[in-house]
Design a protein around this ligand. Structure first.
Ligand code: GLU
Ligand code: ZN
Length: 290
């Protein structure tokens, strides 16, 4: 029999905004992570939305189980609750492979065998938004064998023209403003890293779609990367989330927290006697304790 109540609640779940916090547990979580997680929690609560957690642990050497467990403990200590289950990217390789195969089949990827040494010797005058020399496309038209010591790069010129043919100019909604996504600034980005088999850019778009994420709230260091994400979403036919890039919490010296010497790890602060409420107050979320 048709159960109206469950149909209604199903619909409510479908239409509720979905937020996510997606740390890369390659070390301890610090105040910057706490800010991002608390902002996600606040915005999800205000929007009547859901809040999910994803461990971006594709880098299996640096993102250990211990780091993941410590990150979960820190978030619990801060008083943030996420909907179960937690998604672990290291369990999602088959989904990434499928997406990569789709790009490959359309001739949008090529194998690059350049070594780190060769790449660092590139004296390019053009740089990507993160300040790295643009890859000159050395391997683009060569027949290279793909193995664990090679990576796959996106042929950006091909990819952008295909995407434009499909949907015109690519944009995204940043807070309330529509901005143009110009991925060309990145050159031929790596889509599958050596040894890893995927990349941050590829995994993030595949998983935001898998988790039904509608609202992405993250640090402004990823603002420019959004152009790549939008391009991949168009090429893979994935839904388009809204974006909100927030300012980064900086140390007194102005450097990014993760690079600062002072121990701003949540674990370090807790050991010194800082309470979760102190941290919330310090970061501007005073009333959000549970
Ligand atoms: N895992 C990324 C980081 O910790 C964030 C990914 C995202 O929010 O899109 O920097
Ligand atoms: Zn190469």
């Amino acid at each position: 029999m048709f159960d109206e109540r469950s149909a209604t609640s199903q619909e409510a779940i479908m239409t509720r905004p979905v937020f996510r916090f997606a740390p890369s547990p390659n070390g301890k979580l610090h105040l910057g992570h706490a800010y991002s997680a608390l902002l996600n929690q606040k915005m999800a609560t205000e929007a009547g939305g859901r809040l999910l957690l994803r461990m971006e642990d594709i880098d299996h050497l640096r993102c250990t189980r211990e780091n993941c467990a410590a990150a979960l403990a820190d978030l619990r200590w801060l008083g943030i609750t996420f909907e179960e289950p937690v998604l672990y990217q290291n369990e999602r390789l088959p989904a990434y492979r499928t997406a990569i195969a789709r790009l490959m089949d359309r001739g949008l990827l090529y194998v690059c065998t350049c070594t780190r040494k060769q790449l660092s010797a590139i004296k390019s005058t053009a740089h990507d938004p993160e300040g790295q020399s643009l890859y000159p496309g050395t391997c683009r038209s060569k027949a290279r064998v793909f193995d664990r010591n090679a990576c796959l790069r996106l042929d950006l010129a091909k990819a952008t023209s295909l995407a434009q043919m499909r949907g015109g100019s690519i944009t995204w909604l940043e807070k309330d403003e529509r901005v143009a996504a110009d991925a060309r600034a990145w050159g031929d980005v790596v889509i599958a890293r050596k040894q890893i088999g995927t990349s941050y850019h590829l995994s993030v778009v595949v998983d935001d779609a898998e988790q039904g994420v509608t609202d992405i709230v993250r640090g402004e260091d990823l603002l420019h990367a959004t152009a790549i994400h939008r391009l991949l979403q168009v090429l893979l036919g994935l839904p388009v989330p809204r974006y909100h890039h927030h300012a980064l919490i900086r140390h007194d010296t102005g450097c990014k927290l993760s690079k600062s010497k002072a121990d701003t790890s949540l674990d370090g602060l807790r050991r010194e006697g800082t309470t979760a409420q102190d941290i919330r107050r310090m970061l501007g979320f005073p009333g959000s304790e549970i």
